[in-house]
Design a protein around this ligand. Sequence first.
Ligand code: MG
Length: 244
Amino acid sequence: MKYREIIDRYMQLQGFVALQLHAVLFDMDGVLFDSMPFHAQAWSKVMTDAGFKFSEEDVYMNEGRTGADTINTASLAQFGKPATQELIDTLCKAKCEIFDTYPTTPRMRGALELVKKVKDSGLTPMIVTGSGTPTLLGRIQENFPALFNENHIVTSFNVKRGKPYPDPYLLALEKGGFAPNEAIVIENAPLGVTAGVAAGLLTIAANTGPLNPDVLYNAGANMVFPSVEAIAADWDNLLAALKG
Ligand code: MG
């Protein structure tokens, strides 16, 4: 992958003279934690039990949305009406309860290494997630000790409109005091990629799930890696290109 060409093309499109990288905005599920198989099982079961058609692949295609938006989008598409707040609350609670019966979610392979490399490069790592799963949010510090400042984490509790809207990424820029040419995004989900791109950020995808990589390119990803480990392994070259 010719990093520099990709970066130049991105800058040209955005009208930026230079990238001045200060921050890396990490999505959480499917990037920092290998949690998507569990989310997929839990969401698919809860939605199916409630009368929706919702396969595990549907979960991956909706990944990044808040729980409420996931349910609402399915309700509008399948029943032609928005979901009631009561249904949203019931299903979100049921999903979290099922999720909590699963084994402890492991860190994504290569994630700790990558976040450490980012920090050692003098950059600020931040988290931008559509998640509202307290279990996982509570495990960030234990799994990534002293790497993420509490004020540098955006969750579904902080925004009205989650991914694919750019709002979570724009809020992260605001919280960190960064401009769009000062940060990049690392995402695994098509809607997360859409959100990063809509915020005007260079967006790198790690295809850690079952989707075809073309889905991520079509969502607008500037680069697609096969794993988080692959980004970590080539971080030095990528950083050199990002610094121009
Ligand atoms: Mg994700």
